[in-house]
Design a protein around this ligand. Structure first.
Ligand SMILES: [Zn+2]
Length: 395
C-alpha cells in the first residue's frame, strides 16, 4: 500500500460511517465524469432511445446513469470505417441530432455541456451533463470546416483515429498490422494542422486508438493537454491499443489524463483465449438465442446468467482494472487518471461492472486500496475538468 501512512486521518474520519455508507456517500458527492460511452451509435443500431428503461438490453440508459452516480457523460459520436467521404460527417451529425433530441425530450434530467461553466451548472442542478466526443478523425472527411462545425455543435474532443487510419493519421491497429497506407505512419502536415486547429478551437485531442507514431507526433504538436478517453496500460495487458509506460510518462508531462477502458480484453491479457473457449463451448446455444433476439448483448447476457461460474472465470475482476489505475498512479501520480468506461461499445466488462449502476464499486475499491477522498475526487472527474478548462482557455 504505497501511501497508507498519509491516509490514516482520513480513515479515522470515515470510521464513524459504515464502509458501505462511506463509499456511497463519497461516490454520490464526487463529480463523476465518464469520458466514453457508445450508447448513441448502439441505440441507433438497436432502435432504442437513451430515455427508455433498457435494463438487460444495454449497459446504460438515462435513469441507470443517475443511479450509478454519473454527473457528466461524454457521448461518443461514432461510425466505423464503412463510412467515409460523403457519408461519415452526415452520420456524425445524425448522431448529434439524436443526442439533441434526447436532451430536448428530457429538459429536467439532461443538459448539453460545452463549457466548464455549463458543466458546473449541470452538476449543481442534478441534470446529466451531456458532452459530445467524436470517435474517429474520418468523420471530418479531411475537411477543416467540418471540424469547426462539429465544434460549434458541441464536440469537445476528437479521437484522432478509430481502428481505421485517416489520410493524415495512422491508427494503432494499422501500425501494428503494418498496413500499407500509401503514406508514412504518424501525422502528416495536414494532421498537424488538425491538431493545431483543435487547440485553437478548444477541442481536446484524444489519443485513444492512435498508433504510436501518431501519438508521439500529436504530443509534439499540441500546446494543450490531451486525453486518452478510453485506454488501459500495455504493461498489464499488451494489446496495441493500450499505452506503454513511455507514452504514459509523456502524457504526464503534457498534463493530460488517461481514462480507463472497462473492456475485458484491454484489462486482462488472458481474456481473449478464455472467452473464445467459452463461446466455442456454447456456440449452439448462442446461435439459438440470436434467432430469438438478434442482439449479441442479449445472447451474451443470457449465457452469462446461465453459466455464471464459468463466465466469472472468463471475465476479469474489477480489482484487475484498478491495477491498471495503480500502475499509472505509481508511474506518474494521481493527477493523470480517470474513467472512460466504453459502456455500450464493448461486449464484456469486469464481472463486478455489469452496467452503469455498478460505478460506485470503483469508489469502494479505490477507498479499500488507500486512496484518499481528495484523490478519488480527482480520479472520478476532477482531472478531466482540469484538462477541459485548459483546453477551453484562450492561448
Ligand atoms: Zn473506441
Amino acid at each position: 500500500m504505497f501511501r497508507k501512512q498519509l491516509l490514516l486521518p482520513v480513515f479515522l474520519l470515515l470510521s464513524s460511517l459504515s464502509p458501505a455508507q462511506s463509499f456511497r456517500k463519497l461516490h454520490n458527492k464526487a463529480v463523476l465524469i465518464d469520458t466514453h460511452n457508445d450508447f448513441i451509435s448502439t441505440g441507433i443500431e438497436k432502435g432504442k432511445s437513451f430515455d427508455q428503461d433498457l435494463k438487460g438490453i444495454t449497459h446504460s440508459d438515462l435513469n441507470r446513469m443517475k443511479e450509478g452516480g454519473i454527473d457528466v457523460q461524454v457521448f461518443s459520436i461514432f461510425c466505423d470505417e464503412n463510412y467515409g467521404m460523403g457519408t461519415a460527417y452526415a452520420f456524425a451529425n445524425r448522431e448529434i441530432d439524436t443526442l439533441y433530441a434526447t436532451i430536448a425530450r428530457n429538459p429536467e434530467k439532461m443538459m448539453l455541456v460545452r463549457t466548464p461553466a455549463e458543466l458546473n451548472s449541470a452538476v449543481k442542478s442534478g441534470k446529466l451533463g451531456s458532452m459530445i466526443g467524436v470517435e474517429g478523425g474520418h468523420m471530418i472527411e479531411d475537411n477543416l470546416d467540418y471540424l469547426n462545425r462539429l465544434y460549434e455543435r458541441g464536440a469537445r474532443y476528437m479521437t484522432l483515429t478509430w481502428n481505421n487510419s485517416t489520410s493524415w493519421a495512422s491508427s494503432a491497429a494499422d501500425e501494428r498490422a503494418k498496413k500499407d497506407l500509401g503514406h508514412p505512419y504518424g501525422l502528416n502536415a495536414f494532421g498537424e494542422k488538425i491538431v493545431q486547429r483543435m487547440n485553437d478551437l478548444g477541442m481536446i485531442v484524444d489519443i485513444s486508438h492512435v498508433g504510436e507514431k501518431t501519438f508521439y507526433d500529436a504530443l509534439r504538436i499540441t500546446t494543450k493537454p490531451v486525453i486518452a478517453s478510453h485506454s488501459c496500460t500495455y504493461a498489464l495487458c499488451p494489446v496495441p491499443r493500450n499505452l506503454t509506460d513511455d507514452q504514459i510518462r509523456l502524457i504526464a508531462k503534457n498534463k493530460g489524463v488517461i481514462h480507463l477502458n472497462f473492456y475485458s480484453g484491454f484489462v486482462d491479457s488472458s481474456f481473449r483465449e478464455k472467452n473464445n473457449a467459452f463461446i466455442r463451448k456454447h456456440q449452439a446455444e448462442k446461435d439459438a438465442l440470436l434467432k430469438e433476439n438478434p442482439s449479441d448483448f442479449y445472447a451474451n447476457l443470457k449465457l452469462h446468467e446461465k453459466y455464471k461460474d464459468e463466465i466469472d472465470y472468463v471475465r476479469p475482476s474489477l480489482s484487475l482494472l484498478i491495477d491498471h489505475l495503480d500502475h499509472i498512479v505509481k508511474l506518474i501520480g494521481v493527477d493523470h487518471v480517470g474513467i472512460g468506461s466504453d459502456f455500450d461499445g464493448i461486449n464484456s466488462s469486469p464481472r463486478e461492472l455489469n452496467d452503469v449502476t455498478n460505478m460506485p464499486l470503483i469508489t469502494e475499491e479505490l477507498l479499500k486500496r488507500g486512496y484518499s477522498p481528495k484523490d478519488i475526487r480527482k480520479i472520478l472527474g476532477g482531472n478531466f475538468i482540469r484538462v477541459f478548462k485548459a483546453n477551453q482557455a484562450k492561448q
